[in-house]
Design a protein. Structure first.
Length: 297
């Protein structure tokens, strides 16, 4: 079981770097970073708030933080043409000496698409665009030239040089949609990711396996990762107020012993990596303390 940290893009850069470096030095396996341009909010209205741009941060971490794998969680294919994203990914893989996982998603956050004039489209359009982008990225990151003629993207004998360090840059498909997203993951992904509880994960993994069988893919080739908000403490009084968790997101709440049991349930459900968002971990000092407590569990 691998364990990775997900620093909030709302943190200042120095805090992101400090937390990532701390986790690298204390044995964590990866660092993920969200690809968004503003905080989420209801509808299409813009929301003020500091949000660091994802690929700028990952590039800096690639140069400054050794050993750990790095990945966006996830880059919406609406924000960057897949040819541009492939060039960015290849360059970051070079800078990191082969430590990049390329996480992609279909796009969902309405306000940033509306404010920046980026077409989001219907759910069907998003998924069709996403599938085209996955095919293009798979090719550009592994083949000398790529020609593609689709509804949303067209490429003609396109190179991607210099090539990535890795012969096959792992492609992470993010999202839990059972009809389209998991089918796309079965066809193109090296890693699949979604927010889940252990029970949710077990069900999603079973659906993913069904799609793999239909497309002739060994499901063991796909690394399964998941995340949940973490409330970890030895203070029972503090934990009492956290056990319900915030609405809308899976949570892991408990003492170190309880968290060990919950992580075991995720492993039994098929997880090979647990990603911890730092969104509920508080100040940098407290986040580092919680990470240390996690690493001793």
């Amino acid at each position: 079981m691998r364990f990775s940290i997900w620093p909030s893009p709302a943190r200042p850069w120095d805090d992101v770097h400090d937390l990532a470096a701390h986790c690298e030095k204390t044995g964590w396996d990866g660092v993920y970073f969200a690809d968004h341009f503003m905080p989420d909010g209801p509808g299409a209205d813009p929301v003020d708030g500091d949000i660091l741009e994802c690929w700028s941060v990952i590039s800096a971490l690639a140069a400054l933080v050794p050993r750990v794998r790095l990945a966006p969680l996830v880059s919406s294919v609406t924000y960057r043409h897949p040819a541009l994203l492939a060039k960015i990914a290849a360059a970051v893989d070079q800078v990191s000496h082969g430590r990049l996982t390329l996480g992609i998603g279909a796009g969902w956050q309405e306000n940033e698409h509306a404010s920046y004039g980026v077409a989001l489209g219907t759910v069907r359009e998003r998924m069709d665009r996403f599938e085209e982008a996955a095919q293009i990225l798979r090719s550009l990151l592994g083949e000398p030239r790529t020609t593609f003629k689709g509804t949303y993207f067209q490429l003609s004998d396109a190179p991607n040089q210099p090539a990535p360090v890795q012969a096959r840059v792992p492609l992470l498909v993010g999202g839990g949609g059972e009809r389209r997203t998991l089918r796309i993951a079965a066809r193109y992904a090296d890693q699949w990711n979604s927010w889940t509880t252990p029970d949710m994960l077990a069900h999603k993994v079973s659906v993913l396996r069904e799609h793999c069988e239909q497309v002739g893919r060994d499901p063991e080739e796909i690394h399964v990762s998941t995340q949940a908000l973490l409330f970890l403490s030895t203070d029972e009084e503090w934990l009492k107020g956290k056990r319900q968790g915030p609405p809308g997101r899976p949570v892991i709440v408990g003492t170190p012993g309880e968290v060990v049991d919950i992580v075991g349930r995720y492993r039994e459900a098929g997880a090979r990596e647990l990603i911890i968002p730092d969104f509920t971990l508080g100040s940098l000092a407290r986040a580092k303390d919680t990470c240390d407590l996690s690493s001793r569990k």
